[in-house]
Write a protein that binds this ligand. Structure first.
Ligand code: IPE
Ligand code: IPE
Ligand code: MG
Length: 253
């Protein structure tokens, strides 16, 4: 069992932790082996991180596995990534069931190969009543694409409403978020990126507004529970102010 040492004044644990799992390719290139080997090693790490997140009390873990922009990578790499997903998911299903993991996805699945869609839907259906960690695989996901889709939905709902002007006047940030793919996900509290780059790369743009950001140099295939624990510790010592001042948000004695 892993644990995070708590100290007085610690914030709650993040409810929703999101991870940009970056660095697979470099991990492999450093070893002179094909990039796809890095993806394979990276995929194997996921199980351990899911287990650790659950034991640490995280409710929702979203993992950036394939971005809308990743389609432009060499065809062989894209094909290998999709094949890896189709091969690995059924193998991991047993473990997900044992751990009570509930799987869902974020992104436009319709563009994925049919075989990949099928194994995803099977895993989502099989795990739908599980009560443990909510694992969100972000596949063919782009934050800009998600916001654009919500904007289109808003336009459509406005067009068909009886009073478009008051409909728009009543559309607030929360109602707009409810039109997004993420409508059933808790807001991201902590956004981690591995691999040493300092960018968001189109992940969770809407929730990134006030997510705490944590950049870790470790390459994803080397990621372990201890890295997650370090991120959670750092999070627990941050003060989230949401535009207020410290005196307004500091916990009362
Ligand atoms: C992240 O690792 C995994 C995917 C994008 C699918 P990368 O493949 O981007 O690894 P680097 O950044 O090239 O090392
Ligand atoms: C982000 O990593 C996407 C995933 C981890 C799935 P990338 O490697 O695609 O991001 P960039 O190209 O370095 O910004
Ligand atoms: Mg990368």
């Amino acid at each position: 069992m892993v644990s995070v040492a708590r100290s007085p004044g610690d914030q709650q644990l993040p409810k929703h932790v999101a991870i940009i799992m970056d660095g697979n390719g470099r991990w492999a290139e450093m070893r002179g082996i094909p990039r796809v080997e890095g993806h394979r090693r990276g995929a194997n790490v996921v199980n351990d991180v899911v287990k650790a997140a659950h034991e640490l009390g995280v409710e929702c873990l979203s993992l950036y596995a394939f971005s809308s922009e990743n389609w432009s990578r060499p065809k062989s790499e894209v094909r290998a990534l999709m094949a890896l997903l189709s091969w690995l998911l059924p193998k991991q299903l047993e473990q997900m069931m044992a751990q009570g993991v509930r799987l869902s996805t974020l992104g436009d699945l319709s563009q994925l190969p049919l075989r990949t869609q099928k194994v995803l839907h099977q895993a989502i259906n099989k795990t739908q009543n599980n009560q443990g960690l909510h694992l969100v695989l972000c596949l063919n996901y782009g934050g800009q694409q998600e916001i654009l889709a919500a904007a289109k939905e808003l336009a459509l709902q406005t067009l068909i409403s009886n009073d478009p002007q008051s409909f728009l006047a009543q559309t607030h940030l929360e109602t707009f978020r409810a039109m997004m793919w993420r409508n059933e996900l808790p807001v991201v509290d902590l956004l981690i990126r591995t691999g040493g780059e300092y960018r968001i790369s189109n992940f969770h743009l809407w929730d990134a507004a006030y997510a705490e950001l944590y950049f870790d140099a470790v390459l994803w295939p080397d990621y372990q529970a201890e890295h997650l624990i370090a991120a959670l510790k750092e999070y627990s010592n941050r003060e989230r102010r949401f535009g207020l001042i410290s005196a307004q948000v500091a916990p009362h004695e």
